[in-house]
Write a new protein. Structure first.
Length: 211
């Protein structure tokens, strides 16, 4: 299935900065306003990924949401198959949920990337720093290849500038049983679940630092 990614060059420098400020300022409010209906549930109706991890260690802002938009290069209307999360170059990228690496990517769109399968879900991480060689991804202490298991919150890479991008960010995509879905809806469900926990047992939400 073909992946479509963003390229900040198509937005223009001023437009890109403006959108980043907008998403950074409103990111949490937008997540909390998204409906929870139709999100796949786990056993007992409570998906285990509610205890998942926000995929970047140092959140700056959302620069492009999931959905239909004008393709940065071709200009035609296409589905942007994920959310773009701006973060400082070299910021740690963490696995949203425990699973197994099923693909290491190295191409002109995604750049260096990983696909991790967690049950019926596949989560995709693009524009990673480091290098890919012989089907192995390496970045600092990280060394991953297809077939390796990863834990929830495990460091799996670093934000880079590989592929079709001129600014450091993580493109984070998600499929459920092969169908693309909006990762922001999952983040919203995670935040809502933590907010409903009793105050005494509540841990600091690990769904991004919104500032």
């Amino acid at each position: 299935m073909r992946l479509v990614f963003s390229d900040p060059r198509s937005h223009g420098q001023s437009r890109s900065r403006s959108r980043q400020r907008l998403w950074g300022r409103l990111g949490l409010g937008l997540l909390l306003s998204l409906p929870l209906t139709s999100l796949p549930a786990g056993a007992g109706g409570r998906p285990s990924w509610l205890r998942g991890t926000f995929p970047v260690a140092s959140f700056v802002g959302f620069t492009s949401p999931f959905g239909m938009r004008s393709h940065p290069l071709a200009g035609d209307l296409r589905l942007h198959q994920g959310v773009d999360i701006a973060a400082p170059l070299g910021s740690g990228v963490r696995s949203w949920w425990s699973g197994r690496v099923i693909e290491v990517i190295s191409d002109g769109g995604c750049g260096n990337g990983l696909v991790i399968r967690s049950g019926d879900y596949e989560h995709i991480y693009c524009h990673l720093g480091g290098s890919v060689s012989g089907g192995h991804y390496r970045s600092g202490p990280v060394a991953l290849a297809a077939g390796q298991a990863v834990r929830t919150g495990q460091l799996i890479g670093h934000v880079g500038l590989t592929g079709s991008t001129t600014g450091p960010h993580l493109h984070w995509g998600m499929r459920y049983r092969g169908a693309w879905m909006d990762p922001a809806r999952v983040l919203r469900a995670m935040a809502e679940s933590r907010r409903r926990q009793p105050l005494a047992s509540r841990r600091t939400p690990n769904v991004g630092q919104f500032r």
